[in-house]
Design a binder for this molecule. Sequence first.
Ligand code: HEC
Ligand code: HEC
Ligand code: HEC
Length: 147
Amino acid sequence: MVTPPPTTLDGQALYTQYCNGCHGTAKQGKTATAIQGAIDANIGGMGSLSTLTAAQVAAIATTTAPVVTPPTPACGSCHAIPPATGKHTYHRTRATCASCHGTGYSTTTVNAATHANGVKNLATNIGWNATNRTCANSCHGTKSWGL
Ligand code: HEC
Ligand code: HEC
Ligand code: HEC
């Protein structure tokens, strides 16, 4: 009598076969307890899956939970466009966000590499003096930005 080799259950294949149709990837990585509980309670018609063995349910539970990327909050939710600070209002019709903050910035776009990274990015050509909070450039001599 030859003992058959132990079979390894493919949790991802089982998930694709039994779960993907209703859930997409949303229930990957759910615990066996949660899955069996949903089957036992016949949630959404899942009672039809009561033929799955405990080993199959356990294998399905080993699948990788989907990575949920939180939606990016809209412009204006963290700071006004432009902010009410300094001389932003004054420059509203005279310069674009990119003129002072650099390439990639507008009222609807940002430079993802430098935005919201803890550093207020300013283009060198505006002649920003962080200590005195002034600008000096081809438009005008030294002018205070204020707070
Ligand atoms: C016939 C459609 C259908 C199939 C097939 C199905 N489900 Fe569900 N399931 C539902 C619905 C509907 C709900 C309740 C709404 C929800 O939670 O998305 C649910 C709820 C659940 C819950 C409880 C809620 C939670 O997120 O903890 C789990 C766990 C779950 N399903 C896992 C699975 C797994 C794993 C499979 C494959 C073995 C599967 N389901 C197959 C329809 C289905
Ligand atoms: C005339 C130049 C200029 C223009 C145009 C400009 N900014 Fe600024 N911005 C600055 C300066 C200077 C600071 C202050 C930097 C500091 O405090 O280190 C600043 C700071 C900021 C800050 C940080 C919060 C704050 O109030 O200090 C945000 C957010 C900002 N700007 C957004 C914008 C947006 C959005 C636009 C386009 C609608 C824009 N800026 C246009 C010069 C400008
Ligand atoms: C999650 C909060 C948040 C959201 C949403 C947000 N910003 Fe900002 N933004 C910041 C912070 C914080 C700063 C201050 C400087 C820094 O940390 O880079 C900033 C700075 C800026 C600056 C100045 C340049 C810089 O990076 O220093 C501009 C211009 C700007 N934001 C435009 C926008 C635009 C356009 C949108 C929408 C696409 C937007 N912001 C959405 C948090 C946010």
